[in-house]
Write a new protein. Sequence first.
Length: 79
Amino acid sequence: MSATGPSAPLAQQLRALETVPDSYIVVSPELVILAASNAYLADTLKQRDKLVGRYLFDAFPGNPDAPYANAVRNWRNSL
């Protein structure tokens, strides 16, 4: 991946992922969201332009109304 984004073949593969029927995101080793399937966007009620290119935990921060849920900590531990 270059400083300006994924290489052309990788970008094509990531775009192809958008149409798979299941719910997926692709995250870089640095935890930056590279792609999201249409099903994932529907499941999470998110928009692609609000996710792709963002740090995973900035895109999905913890819920301040549920501080004991530990969602971010649990997700981070699972990675």
